[in-house]
Design a binder for this molecule. Structure first.
Ligand SMILES: CC(C)(COP(=O)(O)OP(=O)(O)OC[C@H]1O[C@@H](n2cnc3c(N)ncnc32)[C@H](O)[C@@H]1OP(=O)(O)O)[C@@H](O)C(=O)NCCC(=O)NCCS
Length: 164
């Protein structure tokens, strides 16, 4: 006889990030950076792992959303309004919480924020080698918008856009 073990998944809560969340988000990005595959430029990993001071200054121009489960931060995304368009930045999910809809919920919150800001488009970029990011964005209705060659520390970068 097979016993069915039901795995309970606590609800995901997505909220605007506040200054008191800075240590938690820096811890999250540290984990995301450490989990990136081998062979990435050191500058890129460093950009993924801001110090609390660096992150606090990023918050000046970027609105961040964090996703939590059981009070633990499991993902985050930033929305940067540039000349009326919203650019998604620093989308990262804890490696232990992937493929559970965390990024989907975060990008959903970012799109809602863009719509409330009357932005006509949301765009994102990801290293060409980050195929998971491309699959996620395509799944969420983003279209391919081009490729920038050797754009970030000699890595090719793909662009994606979703017209609202
Ligand atoms: C890319 C990333 C944000 C995805 O986060 P996530 O919470 O695991 O994504 P979701 O669970 O919401 O995925 C939704 C769908 O996107 C697609 N997807 C997500 N990650 C994928 C992967 N690694 N490979 C293939 N498809 C993927 C799948 O269709 C998935 O649905 P499924 O799990 O039912 O198959 C996460 O892997 C990450 O932080 N990567 C490192 C940093 C990065 O690449 N950031 C993105 C910069 S734009």
């Amino acid at each position: 006889m097979h016993e069915t073990v039901e795995k309970k998944v606590s609800p995901l809560v997505v909220e605007r990030l506040t200054h008191s969340d800075v240590p938690a988000i820096c811890g999250l990005y540290k984990k995301v950076g450490d989990a990136q595959g081998p062979g990435l430029p050191a500058e890129l990993i460093k950009a993924w792992q801001p110090t609390p001071l660096e992150f606090t200054s990023r918050m000046e121009g970027i609105t961040y959303f964090a996703a939590r489960r059981d009070g633990r931060m499991v993902g985050a995304v930033g929305c940067e309004s540039v000349r009326g368009a919203v650019h998604l930045v620093h989308l990262g999910v804890d490696p232990d919480a992937r493929r559970q809809g965390v990024a989907t919920a975060l990008v959903g919150a970012a799109i809602d924020w863009a719509k409330r800001s009357n932005a006509p488009v949301v765009w994102a970029d990801a290293l060409q080698r980050f195929t998971g990011a491309a699959a996620l964005l395509k799944r969420l209705g983003f279209a391919d918008a081009g490729l920038l060659h050797k754009h970030e520390w000699a890595e090719d970068v793909r662009l994606f856009e979703r017209v609202l």
